[in-house]
Design a protein around this ligand. Structure first.
Ligand code: PEP
Ligand code: MN
Length: 337
């Protein structure tokens, strides 16, 4: 439920309503707008009466949120949320491009890629240090040494960094280095991990589970939000279907649908969404045209030698062409890369 306070309701009234909610066993989330304060109830609402809350002094109305995701819903916050990743603001008018290698492999590989994506127009550097791999024999990432290289690349280029976290125990480690932690498709419903990043309070890039509905995706985001961490960006990265020409099927519907349902920024990962470097640019254009707030693209200086996801990685020159082409689409929509 959302409690909308009257215009000009006093601090004492807001305080009294907040205390009442807490006495009922809820946590209160205050959102102070220019004109009025909105208080969100966090907890199980089944046994609370809307009418009794409406009688409290200073309350204008109480709105039940019909979606199972409460804090993520547009009913709770009608305006778009903007999430800061280092100095970069994701959401709003801008289309943010995050790019870099699937995995950090070496200092040379990372720095070369970082400079190339920066020059092409990316504003955030990605790179996996802890890699979830289908095979236990595949390259698992450099671990903390990879995070150190990412931090060095940030130091040199000024680009904020995003890197995946796979386990609750390493949330402190990864968020200590990275400006934003990524929760991968395989971990979207790892509730211990969602809980840990919620508590940590760091920015989170939450990728859609490859077998998850949009509602399950939003409920995963809700876990993070329910800890008071509202720094969440959603990322559509393709779902599994019967199709085999592409690695996944990018669900373009998810972009405008999620934008309708939630205030959180929505990005697209066309690299995992297609699995083919030659589809990444057209699908990026489609994503921006559909209203995505950003793209996350895998780039490698020598895709044929990549230790992971070479087939879907763009060479720097192709990435530069992608940025030019999506910038043109963004401009048509009165947005800017
Ligand atoms: C990645 O971004 O490299 C990655 C592993 O993504 P996903 O979890 O979407 O497969
Ligand atoms: Mn990858």
């Amino acid at each position: 439920m959302i409690i909308v306070m009257r215009m000009g309701a006093s601090e004492a009234e807001v305080g009294a309503v907040t205390r009442q909610i807490q006495e009922l066993g809820f946590r209160a989330h205050l959102s102070r707008g220019e004109e009025r304060t909105i208080i969100g109830l966090i907890g199980d609402e089944r046994n609370v009466s809307q009418q009794s809350l409406e009688l409290l002094s200073g309350v204008e109305r109480v709105i039940p949120v019909l979606h199972p995701f409460k804090l993520a819903s547009r009913d709770f916050r009608p305006e778009d949320s903007v999430v800061s990743v280092g100095s970069v603001k994701v959401g709003g008018r801008r289309v943010t491009i995050m790019a870099g290698p699937c995995a950090v492999e070496s200092r040379q590989q990372l720095l070369e890629t970082a400079w190339a994506v920066k020059e092409a127009g990316a504003s955030v550097l990605r790179g996996g240090a802890f890699k979830p791999r289908t095979s236990p024999y595949a390259f698992p990432g450099l671990g903390e040494a990879g995070l150190e290289l990412l931090a060095e690349a940030r130091e040199e280029t000024g680009l904020p960094i995003v890197s995946e976290v796979m386990a609750p125990e390493t949330v402190g480690l990864v968020s200590g280095y990275a400006d934003m932690v990524q929760i991968g498709t395989r971990n979207m419903q790892n509730y211990a991990l969602l809980h840990a990043v919620g508590e940590a309070g760091c920015p989170v890039l939450l990728k859609r589970g490859l077998m998850s509905t949009m509602e399950e995706f939003l409920m995963a985001a809700e876990y993070v939000l329910s800890h008071g961490n509202f720094h969440v960006i959603l990322c559509e990265r393709g779902i599994r279907t019967f199709e085999t020409y592409t690695r996944n099927t990018l669900d373009i519907n998810a972009v405008p649908m999620l934008k309708m349902l939630t205030h959180l920024p929505v990005m697209v990962d066309p690299s995992h969404g297609t699995g083919r470097w030659d589809l990444v640019e057209p699908v990026s254009r489609a994503s921006v045209a559909a209203g995505a707030d950003g793209l996350m693209v895998e780039v490698h200086p020598h895709p044929a030698q990549a230790l992971s996801d070479g087939a879907q990685s763009l060479k720097p020159e192709n990435f530069a062409a992608l940025v030019r082409s999506v910038s043109a689409i963004a401009a048509v929509l009165d947005r800017e890369v």
